[in-house]
Design a protein around this ligand. Sequence first.
Ligand code: ADP
Ligand code: MG
Length: 582
Amino acid sequence: MNELPEFQALGIAPELIPALLAKGFQTPSAIQTLTIPTLLSGEKDLIGQALTGTGKTAAFGLPIIQTLEAAEYPQALILAPTRELSIQISDELKSLAGAKELRIAPFFGGQIITIQLAELKHGVDIVVGTPGRIMDLHRRGKLQLDRLQFAVLDEADEMLDMGFIDDIREILSLTNPDKRMLMFSATMPEEIMEIAGEFMRPGYDIANAGGANTTNIELTEQYFHEVKREHKIDALSRLIDADSDMYAMIFCRTRADVNEVAEKLNAKGYRVEALHGEISQAQRLRVINGFKKRRFSLLIATDVAARGIDVNDLTHVINYSLPSNAETYIHRIGRTGRAGRHGIAVTFVTPGERRKIKFIEKDIGTPIPQKKLPEISDIINAKKEKFAEMIALLIETGDADEYLNFAEELCTLGSHPAEALAAVLKMHFKNELLTSSYTEFGQKEKTDAPDMKKLLLFAGRADGISVPALLAEICERTGIRSNQLGKILCRADKTFIHAAERDAEKILKAFKNDPEWRFKYDEPREERRRKKSEHKFEKSPEENSSEKPAEKVRRKKKSEKKSAPPRKPLREEFWSWIGEPE
Ligand code: ADP
Ligand code: MG
């Protein structure tokens, strides 16, 4: 077989080629070119430095897979900083192994340990795990570490940052000294060299494919916008609106910022998810998977939570908060402009942070020019252009021809066909393409249209509800488009959805007989209270009337203006709050 000659030239055996072809690998990455031959021949230990997303897993994984034969005990140990990374590395190795029979498994905290113990009992060749869980399994006497051929520290800098140094030392000292030790990292802080000095055999190799001290980010267009803190959300919305194909990670410095940005964007109707250290493991995996599968295209994250998430083809990285140093900056923006694709890295800089961005610019050695935010007219034009493209495509493919007769009919309604088309546009876009529906920065945010109804769903985050999942469910069952809906607020045990009355009715109908999705109209608390007490003490005249709804509403409004509801004695008010005992 003479496929993938560049991989074979590095020493990769023909038996591994089908798996690489299946994964779509064509040429080895820089770090792979450097490490694969060294690891396949000779005995040297090795440090590999390369940016995130440059294929470090295969750089150590392919030689390990090629070298090992299935046995009854662990022959390779790979330590990684987080659960996600352990899973990700394990999955990547499994796919690289292809048909070769090696048992590869991830071990991490948070998963029931008995499952992992059972797995170990059956024999695992390549153990991937977080330092904490590996220590735990070893202490229980279930994980043998003294017959290793390879020990690998992946994302070593991150593991040190997370304070795993003691665990790592302990684990390494339990392993057999004649193994080969490998360390991979995007940066090379001093502690890494210390670990190397302590645990690697002298004369180890350093393979430097350009880490975070050097820049290999030519494919990424970088610029910054100067934005006041209080305008950041508006600025972000504008960037998102200006690019309908955006697939982006948005970085914030703190957990609180992540939550705030996610909540505000959700409330504005964007589909986003958040990732930070306080999110449960199950939720994290769900979010990461959803993002990879593009169920939603905007992920808000802190640096630590985002570390190592393997998403390759972001169109944008947005630094909502300025990264604290050049290394973090490079790490973040290294997630776009990969694999030969053009990427954009946008940084928000507050007026007070101008000096800081200049420092980062100097450190990375590439200019980061300032750019103006897109104007409202740019956004509208972008949307129009996109729409026109779609229309042109539909005309070209003839996919809309089924509607030709109806279209002709509609065109007779006005004195010019454009009138009919304009009406269709109005129905489709409402006010979305009108300048008047946008607010300038600094103005008060527009509230939802007055005819928006609020629905209450008796389930929330604790029940596994998330805004994107909910939107998907609603849109699928009702045919409503997600941008037709108003704010969605997902609380722990309940969720509020704003929707036009017609849509609200549709939702109620679509979920009516489904006990898992109980929706009802929500009324303002004040009104709920008042109604409850009214109901008890006086029968309202409306109840039996056959008035038309509009008239009813008009009359009700008038009477409300006339007199506020009579003040009830304190006791009654109290009962109406908590519900009078039966
Ligand atoms: P790193 O550990 O350096 O952050 P990964 O090993 O997670 O990077 O690889 C990132 C992605 O690139 C993975 O999806 C992997 O399958 C893919 N990849 C790795 N090597 C190659 C290659 N030579 N050609 C194409 N894709 C590759
Ligand atoms: Mg990696």
